[in-house]
Design a protein around this ligand. Structure first.
Ligand code: SF4
Ligand code: SF4
Length: 122
């Protein structure tokens, strides 16, 4: 939790479970833990359960939840911090520089490639 707070800079305990983030999230049908539930589990110290979830990888970092939160909790940053914690633990690189020309030829948008680096470089 300390590492999560340091990386994200977010005040997780400010969340009062209104659910607006979940209601607005465009990919919530594909998540196994809904966005507001992620915050609740973290408030309860259940970090491992969240780290094992599909949700942190399904999150598209679209920032919609951050824009809707009445408590100014930026869940997209929290998701990013959770991924960073896992990636640091795992080590090793899954996406190599030589893969990039192939991805570009396949027509993947540059923004997708850049955001993919945050998830798949380790
Ligand atoms: S919108 Fe904000 S306060 Fe409401 S559940 Fe989501 S993170 Fe918590
Ligand atoms: S940043 Fe992630 S959790 Fe927030 S609305 Fe977008 S996809 Fe959902």
């Amino acid at each position: 939790m300390q590492e999560l707070a340091e990386i994200s800079g977010e005040k997780i305990n400010d969340c009062y479970q209104c659910g607006k983030c979940t209601a607005a999230c465009p990919v919530n049908p594909f998540m196994d833990i809904l966005p507001h539930q992620v915050l609740r589990l973290l408030q309860l110290g259940q970090v491992e359960q969240v780290l094992q979830s599909k949700t942190i990888w399904v999150c598209a970092t679209c920032f919609t939840c951050a824009g809707r939160c009445p408590r100014d909790v930026d869940l997209s940053v929290v998701m990013e911090a959770l991924r960073a914690i896992l990636l640091r633990q795992r080590g090793g690189s899954r996406l190599k520089g030589e893969d990039m020309p192939c991805l570009i030829r396949k027509g993947m948008p540059e923004q997708g490639i850049v955001s993919g680096f945050r998830k798949y470089t380790k």
